[in-house]
Design a protein around this ligand. Sequence first.
Ligand SMILES: Cc1cc2nc3c(=O)[nH]c(=O)nc-3n(C[C@H](O)[C@H](O)[C@H](O)COP(=O)(O)OP(=O)(O)OC[C@H]3O[C@@H](n4cnc5c(N)ncnc54)[C@H](O)[C@@H]3O)c2cc1C
Length: 383
Amino acid sequence: MPVSAASPFYNQEHEDFRAQVRRFVEREIVPHIERWEAAEELPRELHRKAADAGLLQIGFPERAGGVEVPDLFYMIVLTEELARAGSGGLIASLMSHGIATPPICHTGSAEQIARFAAPVLAGEKIGALAITEPSGGSDVAALKTRAVRDGEHYLVNGSKTFITSGMRADYITCAVRTGGEGMGGISLLVIEAGTPGFSRSPLQKMGWWASDTASLYFQDCRVPVANRIGAENMGFMAIMMNFNQERIMLATQAWAFAKVCYEDSLIYARERQTFGKPLIRNQVIRHKLADMKMRLDAVKAHLDILAWRVSHKQMPVAEVCLLKNHACTALEWIANEAMQILGGAGYLRGSRVERIYRETKVLTIGGGSLEIMKDLAGKQMGY
Ligand SMILES: Cc1cc2nc3c(=O)[nH]c(=O)nc-3n(C[C@H](O)[C@H](O)[C@H](O)COP(=O)(O)OP(=O)(O)OC[C@H]3O[C@@H](n4cnc5c(N)ncnc54)[C@H](O)[C@@H]3O)c2cc1C
């Protein structure tokens, strides 16, 4: 039964889960987030604590130690609550298994699931997904990192870049070229930390500071054939299916952070006095807030309807691309307006709006850029 007439999509179980996540965020994240942002990485024990609180397993199959849920609204609630800490880096890194582990769960063998997925969902190990290369991220089918069969191993040579959780990851779900050119020559290998020939270096970023991001290097790196996920040269489809889920989650983040910006600027506009009256008593400020709310609600309606369709086994690829663009550009606009309302206070380090403003751009680039999303949507719609 819906709990609120305002939305047919959320019920009491979603709200119970929300309360559980909110307690975790307030106790385990909010008091520490500034320190983790400055350190530019999350402590490993946070993954264990989040698993103990049942947050990492949501939406994953039981056979991998996951908690199966009937719909994507649990993930939306989880993201909305995590976003209250005001750090996109926290979500990107704590939840990097959300892009690294699904291909293992969907196409991996029982043994691979037990070795590479279950410990990650238990918060004992960290997973990362490595697709992007220095030569480019948009054209996935052109990736160059090569894996050549040598008996029961692949010899991997090449490099990856911009990899979230790349410094701390124990298991890296890595796209490599095992065959000829194009999408038909790509496989997925799980490359383990400590494998000889594998090294990495950290990257410094404009935002998402709490998320460690790395370049990865493979030099005659010997990876067992047993670490290949799915059939040889069949990795591209697994990557594409993963992207759909990632794009919905990136759209959710964009909406959730836009909501934080709206809420913080509304509070500020009510409290801040200028020219002898609260800021919000100026029509121009009220119009900004009304426009922010209009965009926020439009994105949420768009998000909820597509989350419902995907939860009902539909695969609206074009619509998901457009949703990502809708949500991410709305965030850019809303974060900009929120900064303006906060004035100088918004420009100082330490406010949620300041951090979110710095983080907006990554969402229109990562997981499929604005331009690529439009192109893919257009192709899917037969343009
Ligand atoms: C903080 C951060 C974290 C990330 N985490 C990960 C991760 O965990 N794993 C991973 O694999 N990748 C990750 N990425 C990489 C991300 O997915 C890529 O940055 C993205 O796919 C774009 O690739 P690129 O940066 O190489 O840009 P390019 O592909 O070089 O494109 C550059 C620009 O040109 C545009 N462009 C490219 N081709 C066209 C075209 N045909 N028509 C019009 N415009 C075009 C793009 O839209 C973009 O604006 C991360 C990136 C960042 C910044």
